[in-house]
Design a protein around this ligand. Structure first.
Ligand code: NOJ
Length: 742
């Protein structure tokens, strides 16, 4: 007995040691090592660590050799090249400090997953985390040890092309996804050679660009900044994100890459975060163009003293920024070497944390011979497929047109995206290849085999005025029982520098849809795009609409499985669909105003020519089954503000299919000393229900979910009534309430 207890104690002790104490020791070790290394470095070598160069070329190799580069935006040249470059840093520089190899691994490296906006539609953080694990594995196997992801910018304006790179309009959903992706990329220990450092970007409020124009001005209150835009960054920090990228935009008069308040007061002083801040591409140099810095030296001074550690691409457009200006600034006594040391410490620590000093090279054999689960093709494909399926949002399904019966004799598949393997990868597809993509045509063939005749026609291009194939398409359509039309955007229409004023489906595609509809043949529209489009006519007339975003490699398999009922769609839009661009910005998290809309009262907050309501609300998405929500109840009617309360609801699958549902919890503070949004998403659970089954779904509501920032920006829970709303989207909700007492 005694021996048993002793063994149990020893096991527990060693667990505690490894779980809690070892990281502390490891941390201290790094600190000592960092200090030792720092003490040997010249000022030039220190500044070198704060410089990031772009690409593999002879000039950069020379600079690396002279110790003037700490990191390289490497692209995808493969592990041999990465190792060759690393060898220069490790063996040919005076101190042998390894390089960080950065890359934009945004939604996959070789295996391409759905674009992040689509991933967010899955409301499945566990699956999103797995996709990031795979992306990290593949990127690491080729030398990348640092990804510039996740992009966590809240975006409430679909004119902004970069909405595709983030998780949509909501700070809560954005935070959950940010956390999942950071964990997926980084794991528990960055020394694991299959993990890479993450970078949350673009700090901060880049998504709030005026008019949706990329790189543009953002002028928002500190409240909106804190309650909305900073939230996902804070979540990333809480999950140990290794780095953060400062943004291009002007923020309330102070450009984000020269903003002491956000970069130092919030990040360092409030959040106590000690990771690395890197600028965006020449965003320090651009302080001159903002007319915020007099010249490049001034820009270096402002960016550095505001809190940017590494200057990305500071020499490629506008001349040198950190190098040589930081040195001049130190020599003039304007920046202290101690301050330089602080930044260098952070960079060196990141390199230690990644294990680069012990093991700087890609272990090519390891990745070849030990793919394990994460590196195995069938596992990767299965995660890519599952995520693609869960990312699809069913927008409309009149008379249960979908799912289509698999024994259907013939289908006409029409549209410029129906057999497209390039656009469906979405922007930022790293080393992804069109050859690895399953197109919709291929996916349907994979699923239906030879029993169904599939007649494919492109119909038109995505973005020109050529309607010469319309007649042929119409003739084909007439001969079939069902037409599946796949239309949408080119991938380059979203992403960086891809703002738009017109969100209608481009080119003559909508015209094609109309002409085919006029034949009277049953029509399903599958949309592919990097942002919600304005699709009023389609929404009114076409009986079934599937929003597929850009789904990556498994596009065709995922869409086919949804269309033919092998998978019951469960995606929910992470962004509001406007009726017209004139409604933008439009998002669910709005204020009541003093004149909330009343249809028959002209003098309320509304448009003369359009409803206020969106075409499809945030959190919306249909299933082939139906879910009924009832019996919402609290376990207590009132609580003290430090207490918690539990709300429960019965969710019943009342339809004919087994299915998944995203149960969403929204809270409204009925009355407060600062006006609060009409509702805020505060929780969700994705559940699976067999037909006829009921599940009780409960949410614990804690005080942090009830709090907001008071007039002095301090979190407060005010006594009074809170309305609790639960449902399958942000509009169709059932409500209860409780009181918080003094
Ligand atoms: C500029 C983009 O804004 C940023 O997101 C990206 O990481 C860098 N370029 C590097 O490619």
């Amino acid at each position: 007995m005694l021996l048993k207890n002793l063994i149990a104690f020893l096991i527990l002790f060693s667990f505690l040691l490894s779980e809690f104490l070892f990281p502390v020791f490891a941390q201290e070790n790094y600190d000592a090592k960092v200090e030792e290394l720092l003490s040997k470095m010249t000022l030039d070598e220190k500044i070198g660590q704060l410089v990031q160069k772009i690409g593999v070329n002879q000039e950069n190799e020379k600079l690396i050799r002279s110790g003037k580069v700490g990191s390289l935006l490497i692209g995808t040249p493969g592990p041999e090249v990465a190792n060759r470059i690393q060898k220069i840093a490790v063996e040919e520089t005076r101190l042998g400090i390894p390089l960080l190899f950065a890359n934009d691994v945004i939604h996959g490296y070789h295996t391409i997953f759905p674009i992040p906006l689509a991933e967010a539609s899955s409301w499945n953080p566990e699956l999103v985390k797995r996709a990031s694990e795979i992306a990290a594995f593949e990127a690491a196997s080729e030398g990348t040890n640092w990804t510039f992801a996740p992009m966590v910018d809240i975006a409430r304006d679909p004119r902004w092309g970069r909405i595709m790179e983030g998780f949509g309009e909501d700070p809560f959903l954005g935070s959950v996804m940010a956390s999942a992706r950071v964990k997926g990329f980084q794991g528990d220990d960055l020394r694991d050679k299959t993990k890479i450092a993450a970078c949350s970007k673009h700090y901060v409020a880049y998504g709030g660009a005026e008019g949706g124009r990329d790189y543009n001005t953002v002028d928002i209150s500190e409240r909106t900044l804190r309650e909305v835009y900073l939230q996902p960054f804070h979540a990333a920090v809480d999950n140990g994100v290794a780095s953060i990228m400062s943004a291009f935009n002007d923020l309330n008069g102070i450009p984000a890459s020269g903003n002491y308040f956000t970069l130092t007061e919030v990040l360092r002083n409030e959040w106590k975060w000690d990771g690395v801040v890197i600028s965006d591409w020449n965003s320090i140099g651009e302080l001159v163009k903002h007319r915020f810095a007099k010249n490049k030296e001034d820009a270096a001074f402002i960016g550095f003293t505001a809190g940017v550690d590494i200057d990305m691409a500071g020499d490629t457009i506008d001349g040198n920024i950190y190098s040589p200006h930081l040195k001049n600034l130190v020599e003039q006594g304007l920046i202290s070497e101690d301050k330089i040391n602080e930044s260098v410490r952070r960079v060196l620590k990141m390199k230690y944390k990644l294990g680069l000093f012990e093991d700087p090279y890609v272990d090519i054999e390891f990745f070849k011979n030990n793919p394990g689960k994460i590196g195995g093709k069938s596992y990767k494909d299965s995660i890519a497929l599952q995520l693609a399926k869960e990312s699809i949002v069913l927008l409309k399904n009149e008379n249960n047109l979908l799912p289509v019966k698999k024994n259907i004799k013939s289908i006409a598949l029409i549209g410029p995206l129906a057999n497209n393997s390039e656009d469906v990868l979405g922007m930022w597809s790293a080393a992804g290849k069109p050859d690895d993509v399953v197109t919709v045509l291929q996916g349907i063939k994979n699923l239906l085999g030879n029993n169904t005749e599939i007649n494919y026609l492109k119909g038109c291009n995505i973005n020109d005025n050529d309607s010469s194939d319309f007649n042929a398409s119409i003739e084909i359509a007439k001969q079939f029982d069902l037409v599946i039309l796949v239309v949408g955007e080119e991938r380059k229409m979203s992403g960086e520098a891809a703002s738009k004023t017109d969100l209608n489906i481009p080119g003559v595609q909508e015209e094609l849809v109309k002409r085919i509809y006029e034949t009277g043949v049953l029509t399903v529209v599958v949309l592919m795009n990097g942002r919600p489009l304005t699709i009023n006519w389609i929404s009114e007339n076409i009986p079934a609409i599937v929003e597929a975003w850009f789904l990556g490699d498994q596009t065709g398999n995922a869409i086919a499985q949804v269309l033919f009922g092998d998978y019951n769609p469960s995606g929910k839009s992470p962004v509001t669909f406007p009726r017209s661009t004139g409604q933008i910005p439009i998002y669910y998290y709005q204020k009541s105003t003093g004149r909330p809309i009343i249809e028959e009262d002209k003098y309320t907050s509304k448009y003369l020519d359009s409803p206020n309501t969106p075409l499809y609300p945030f959190g919306y998405g249909l299933s082939y089954t139906t879910f009924n929500y009832n019996n919402i109840r609290m376990d207590k009617n009132s609580i003290d503000k430090n207490d918690f309360v539990t709300v429960s609801v019965d969710v019943v699958n009342t339809g004919k299919f087994e299915g998944e549902e995203v149960v969403q919890l929204y809270i409204q503070d009925e009355f407060a000393s600062i006006t609060r949004p009409v509702k805020e998403l505060k929780g969700f659970q994705k559940i699976n229900l067999k037909t006829g089954d009921t599940k009780i779904v409960s949410f614990k509501i804690t005080s942090d979910m009830l709090s907001f920032l008071d007039k002095d920006m301090n979190p407060v829970v005010e006594p009074g009534k809170f309305n609790i709303m639960i449902g399958g989207n942000s509009v169709d909700l059932i409500t209860t309430s409780f009181e918080v007492t003094e």
